[in-house]
Each structure stands twice: as structure tokens, then as C-alpha cells.
Design a protein around this ligand. Structure first.
Ligand SMILES: [Fe+2]
Length: 203
């Protein structure tokens, strides 16, 4: 056998062995229960959750819409907390921070429900900014009544979206997601009351 032919056979054998080794060392994640399913549905993970796949997919989409709103609301409350001024400063400053904290819980609950259903929580600030249904928080206000008005507007807009999502989740036969939205909207109604009470006596 010629030297060059011998070399080629040796190289081919080495290549085969290398690919065998690579196959052996391949991560087994794709075989696990959390592996991504078919390519045409890249964002749905396998799960033992018995809700129908179609229902889960649509509910995940709905949850991600409300997640964007909730993230926006969460930071709008900090904006109010930082910038409010006037005679009711300390009360409003603390109240807006309490609402910020509560909305952080809503963000987490909504995001985690999407993941429980086999989805991906799409919760980056950039995604939220392109999807949010809330009006932008005004930048040119300072006094308490203006912030009370702006925060009330944001809370009412979010409550409206969440309340309509209760019905949508019910229509998708996902009573648990409907329950989460019910819980969130009940909480938002309370915060709206706390904020609006500052303005109602004056009317
Ligand atoms: Fe603070």
C-alpha cells in the first residue's frame, strides 16, 4: 500500500472515532422531559400538565401579554415613587413603593405560570416596552395630585387588561390562569382605591 493511502485510511479512522466520542458526550438534555418538542413549536416544552396543548399555547401568549403590562406598571410605580413632591410627599412616596412591590409579585406569578404551562416567560424590559398596552407615564409632572392621577390611570388601564384576560383564560379552559388574573385584578382594584381616595374627597 502506498504511504499516502495508508495516511488517508488512518485519518478516516481517527475521524470516525472522534465523531463516536462526540456522540457519546452529547448532552442528554434533549431526551429529558423538559426538552423542546417539535421544531414548528419551538417555545413549548413537554410537561405532564394535562391542559390541552393548544389551550396551553394560547394561554402562554396571553400571559406574556399581561407580563409586559405588569413589568411596565411595576417600573411606572417606581417612577411615581421617585418623583412625587408636595405636602403629601411621604404618604404618596411610601404608597407608590408599596404598589411597586406588589406589582413585582404579580410579574413573578404571571411569568411563572407561563413557564409552568411549558412556555417561555418573555420578560425582558425590551420586550415589555414593545408590547405594553399601558400609556407612557408622564415625565413632566411633580405635584401629588398629578401623580395620583397618573398612577390611577396606569392602575385602571392594567386592571382593564387583566380583567378581560380572566374571560379569555376561562374560554381557554384554564381555570388556574383565570384565577391568577382574578387575584391580580382584585389586588389592583385595592391599590386603585388606595390611590384614588386621595383625589375623591376633593371632587
Ligand atoms: Fe425608594
Amino acid at each position: 500500500m502506498k504511504k499516502s493511502k495508508k495516511k488517508a485510511i488512518k485519518a478516516a479512522a481517527a475521524g470516525k472515532a472522534a465523531s463516536k466520542r462526540a456522540e457519546k458526550n452529547k448532552p442528554i438534555v434533549m431526551a429529558s422531559r423538559t426538552a423542546r418538542v417539535a421544531k414548528e413549536e419551538p417555545k413549548l416544552y413537554e410537561t405532564g400538565n394535562d391542559l390541552p396543548k393548544k389551550s396551553r399555547m394560547e394561554t402562554i401568549e396571553l400571559l406574556n401579554k399581561r407580563l409586559a403590562d405588569a413589568i411596565d406598571l411595576h417600573m411606572q410605580m417606581k417612577q411615581a415613587h421617585w418623583n412625587v413632591k408636595g405636602p403629601n410627599f411621604i404618604g404618596l412616596h411610601k404608597l407608590f413603593d408599596e404598589i411597586h412591590e406588589a406589582t413585582g409579585e404579580y410579574v413573578d406569578t404571571i411569568a411563572e405560570r407561563a413557564v409552568q404551562l411549558g412556555g417561555v416567560a418573555e420578560g425582558t424590559v425590551r420586550i415589555a416596552s414593545t408590547r405594553t398596552q399601558l400609556p407612557e407615564y408622564p415625565q413632566d409632572i411633580a405635584d401629588g395630585p398629578s401623580h395620583v392621577n397618573a398612577v390611577s390611570t396606569a392602575l385602571a388601564a392594567f386592571a382593564h387588561e387583566v380583567r378581560s384576560s380572566i374571560t379569555e383564560a376561562d374560554d381557554l379552559d384554564d381555570a388556574d390562569t383565570a384565577d391568577i388574573f382574578t387575584d391580580v385584578s382584585r389586588g389592583i382594584d385595592k391599590w386603585l382605591w388606595f390611590v384614588e381616595a386621595h383625589a375623591q374627597a376633593a371632587k
